[in-house]
Every structure is written in structure tokens, then in C-alpha cells.
Ligand binder design. Structure first.
Ligand code: GAR
Length: 195
């Protein structure tokens, strides 16, 4: 078994896609063993009872866009107890800093809604749409200290149709994310278990 922990901050549609893939037998030997969230009332936490997986809020500390070193240490302690093989940032909207990165070096992946290195940071779909791009997409990459900057594992391309409303483009990018992320988790699990 390849042990997967998901971190998220909001809606949790990607966490849901991962859990649904698992239930459909499409996650290979990967198993989600915990979901953690930095917002006490985020919908992602409802996935716990729905999919019979532990899902918990953890205090991120006083900052808005990162965790304090003390908070990171608490997150590390809590998550380490689950002995994860892989940590998946699925809509986790905080920058991961040194304490967390060191503890799980080489074991953290992130999903981002653009064709990185284009449009790192926030509002990536909107910025691609406003710039008049003819395509955008989503990326899964290894997490390093550089925000949205680690080695790219895979991407899915999504065309932007002329005159398309932003909401429709966003929905199609999210659909692409929901397919890409579970596929990559299954692939990483397979490669690691063969090693
Ligand atoms: C996803 O689109 C994900 O790519 C993005 O947040 C959304 C989370 O949706 N992540 C980032 O922008 C990280 N930089 P979800 O909560 O429904 O899975």
C-alpha cells in the first residue's frame, strides 16, 4: 500500500476526485489515509465522513499565506504519525516552508491550474483568459522552496475558445485537474512500489 495524505483549503473537488478514483479502483495501490485542512469550516472536511477517511482541521497559525514555523512543526508531527509516502497539495492555499519541506522532502506534489511555468501564483485561469491565450491547462509538480517552481511531473492542456465565458473555462480546467491528479498519484505509487 502506498500511503497518501491530502492537504486542501477549500472546496475539495480534487480531493473528491482522488477519493472517487480510489473507490472506482483507479488509484492503483495508493490509499488516501488522511485529509488535512487549514480552514475549520471548509467543504473539503465533509469528504471525511462521506468517504470514510480521517479529515481534520489543523491550526495554521497567525499568518494568511504561510504557516508559522511552530504551526508547521505541529502539522509535521501530526502527519508523520500516519507515515505518508506522498503528500498531495490539492488546493492548499499556503506556501509550504522549510520545516514542512525538510520533513517530507521529495514526497510532496502540488496541483496548479495553469501550464507552468506560465501563470504561477493566484487567479491563474483568469489571468490566462484575460491575456488572450489560446490554451491553458493544469500542472502537477514536485514541491520545492520555489513557489509553483518544482520539477513538472505532467500537464493537461485545455483550449480557450474565442469568446468563452471565464466560468466555462474554469469548469473545463477543473475537469482536466480531476482526471490528471488521480492518474499521477496512481503512477507515482506504481513506480515507488516497483523500486
Ligand atoms: C484547484 O484549481 C487547484 O489547481 C488550485 O486550487 C483549486 C482547488 O480546487 N490550486 C492552486 O491554485 C494552488 N496554487 P478544489 O478545492 O476544488 O480542489
Amino acid at each position: 500500500m502506498f500511503r497518501v495524505v491530502i492537504l486542501g483549503s477549500g472546496r475539495g473537488s480534487n480531493a473528491a476526485a482522488i477519493l472517487e478514483a480510489q473507490e472506482a479502483g483507479q488509484l492503483g495501490l495508493a490509499r488516501v489515509i488522511g485529509v488535512f485542512c487549514d480552514k475549520p469550516h471548509a467543504p473539503i472536511l465533509d469528504l471525511g465522513p462521506l468517504h470514510d477517511v480521517p479529515a481534520f482541521y489543523l491550526d495554521p497559525g497567525p499568518f494568511k499565506t504561510k504557516m508559522s514555523p511552530e504551526a508547521e512543526a505541529h502539522w509535521v508531527d501530526t502527519i508523520e504519525r500516519l507515515s505518508p509516502d506522498l503528500i498531495v497539495l490539492a488546493g492548499f492555499m499556503r506556501v509550504i516552508k522549510e520545516t514542512f519541506l525538510k520533513a517530507f522532502e521529495g514526497r510532496i506534489i502540488n496541483l496548479h491550474p495553469s501550464l507552468l511555468p506560465k501563470y504561477p501564483g493566484l487567479r491563474s485561469i483568469q489571468r490566462a483568459w484575460e491575456a488572450g491565450e489560446t490554451e491553458t491547462g493544469c500542472t502537477v509538480h514536485w514541491v520545492t522552496a520555489e513557489v509553483d517552481g518544482g520539477e513538472i511531473i505532467d500537464q493537461a492542456r485545455v483550449p480557450i475558445y474565442p469568446g468563452e465565458p471565464l466560468e466555462e473555462l474554469e469548469a473545463r480546467v477543473h475537469d482536466a485537474e480531476h482526471k490528471l491528479l488521480p492518474k499521477i498519484i496512481a503512477e507515482i505509487a506504481e513506480v515507488n512500489l516497483l523500486d
